[in-house]
Design a protein around this ligand. Structure first.
Ligand code: NAP
Ligand code: MG
Length: 497
């Protein structure tokens, strides 16, 4: 606990010192049972604080509040007013950006500077982008082939949204669901991940400060099997927007089918990052390292399979090793850190196990492959790891590791490349490094991926849809596509005769 007193800023210390409440019906409250659970700092495994542990009864209160708000003040609020509230929330996130970034860093492990520049900044940008939408949601006049008929469509919100959030980008994923849902006119109950509840709870305080009517946004911390399952099963929830693992997403879709709830799923990936023989090797290596080692590899769209043309394998491996040598693992609040720990002991054990499996299936370990000890031994740190010479059907080539582990595959020609790049049950993203325009466009069309990045990787913008093919899910975050998934289309027929 001493660490907390000496390293945290006053704003973070003050937040951690109080009894943090969850947002239900416009108030910060404890769970009905009074139960709380701990969240820890993955840099040392130590407890940071406790947060309310919502159960089915708390989810019931939140869902009822969200339902009442949807049919009350929020439902009749003018679009411009709804947009202004989103903009006001963006301003408040910006005013509290350093505190939020530090909270994200200590709860998840990521470097605080990255949290400020990416997680928090992108959350602000996302809120502002969607703040512009309520005043631009329109319908169509349709040219039906029937006399004296005036037919038009209206876009209407689906109702109450249950948003279930993972731990890798806790604030940002929360905003990715909240901003379009609110812009569309829905109300929301959010269930953050148990490992990283802090920034969502702080956001709940800012939602009150922004002046949203009670019940429009509810944020209930708790466990997936308890609070999450209650949300999926609640009769007043009209839609589940989920980001997380494919296993849990599948289960949610199955359970939501009982009530024909709308579901959107942003799931896992095993994304191919492809280097063509003509690529700029140093750029490709820097991009490939960033694609897998950013956020300690805990990114759904991580470029976890690097497909390299045989003719450039050696220089690519050398350039990758040079990139790895620049990585500075450490506590996220240390300004020099460029790679934090994994989020939990569970995740750490999982990554270690996968590397072991890879070794047993014949992988050559180019670098890394072990937990980091020494000063960092008490945290969940793992070395940036590169595996070579692994068969395509090996576990480490097929399953999502969600850690700093890159698998390098070697290919000879384009057709073979496309077939092997697509030989995955996932289809979230892909990268292509080349100076050949024609091959770049061919690959962009042929790859099974919701996003293809050419000479870049993990580029995001609030305007741009992001989501999966195949078992990476369905539905899109970002852009107009995100808005659409929170709206019904109603057709109105008027007989003018
Ligand atoms: P997870 O275990 O699927 O958890 C995600 C969320 O679902 C958490 O809030 C979790 O609650 C909740 N949950 C668990 N079981 C549930 C249930 N039975 N009913 C309702 N909710 C339930 O995934 P994770 O381990 O947190 O995150 C890692 C995975 O998410 C990776 O596979 C990654 O690829 C994927 N991911 C995808 C994207 C994307 O955009 N496609 C983004 C980020 C992460 P608890 O944490 O409290 O159990
Ligand atoms: Mg934590």
């Amino acid at each position: 606990m001493e660490q907390i007193v000496y390293t945290h800023s006053p704003a973070v210390r003050a937040f951690l010192a109080k009894e943090i409440g969850m947002l239900v019906n416009g108030r910060l409250i404890a769970a009905e049972s009074g139960k709380r659970f701990e969240t820890c700092d993955p840099a040392d495994g130590k407890r940071l604080t406790t947060v309310p542990q919502a159960a089915a009864s708390d989810i019931d209160l939140a869902a009822k509040a969200a339902h009442a708000a949807f049919h009350g003040e929020w439902g009749s609020m003018l679009p411009a007013t709804r947009g202004n509230l989103l903009w006001r929330l963006a301003d408040l996130v910006e005013q509290n950006a350093d505190q939020l970034a530090e909270l994200e860093s200590i709860d998840n492990g990521k470097p605080a500077a990255f949290a400020r520049a990416v997680d928090v900044q992108w959350a602000i940008d996302h809120l502002r982008y969607f703040a512009g939408w309520p005043t631009k949601i329109d319908g169509e006049n349709l040219p039906v082939s029937q006399p004296d008929m005036h037919v038009y469509t209206r876009k209407q919100p689906v109702g109450v949204v249950g948003a279930i959030i993972p731990w890798n980008f806790p604030l940002l994923m929360c905003v990715w669901k909240l901003a379009p849902a609110l812009a569309a006119g829905c109300t929301v109950v959010v269930k953050p991940a148990e490992q990283t509840p802090l920034t969502a709870l702080r956001l709940g305080e800012l939602v009150i400060e922004a002046g949203f009517p009670a019940g429009v946004v509810n944020i209930c911390t708790g466990f997936g099997e308890e609070a999450g399952a209650a949300l999926v099963g609640h009769p007043l929830i009209d839609k589940i927007a989920f980001t997380g693992s494919t296993a849990v997403g599948r289960e949610i879709a199955r359970r939501a089918a009982d009530d024909i709830k709308h579901v959107s799923l942003e799931l896992g990936g095993k994304s191919p990052n492809i280097v063509l023989p003509d690529a700029d090797i140093s750029r490709a290596a820097a991009g490939a390292a960033q694609a897998i080692f950013y956020e300690t590899g805990q990114v759904c769209s991580a470029g976890s399979r690097l497909l390299v043309h045989r003719s450039i394998l050696e220089p690519m491996i050398e350039a990758l090793k040079a990139e790895v040598a620049k990585i500075n693992p450490g506590r996220g609040t240390n300004a020099a850190t460029t790679m934090g720990p994994l989020v939990s002991k569970e995740q750490h054990d999982r990554v270690k196990k996968y590397v072991e499996i890879g070794r047993n299936q014949g992988a050559e370990i180019v670098c890394g492959g072990r937990p980091i000890d020494g000063d960092l031994a008490s945290g969940f740190f793992f070395e940036p790891t590169i595996l070579l010479n692994v068969p395509d059907d090996a576990t480490v080539c097929q399953e999502e590791i969600f850690g700093p582990v890159l698998v390098v595959q070697v290919y000879d020609d384009l057709d073979e490349l496309i077939r092997r790049a697509n030989a995955s049950e996932y289809g979230l993203a892909a990268g292509v490094w080349t100076r050949d325009l024609s091959n770049a466009h061919k690959l962009a069309a042929a790859l099974d991926a919701g996003s293809v990045w050419v000479n870049c990787y993990n580029s995001f913008d609030p305007s741009t849809p992001f989501g999966g093919f195949k078992k990476s899910g369905y539905g899109r975050d970002g852009g107009r596509a995100a808005l659409d998934k929170f709206m019904h289309t109603k057709s109105v027929w008027m007989n003018l005769a």
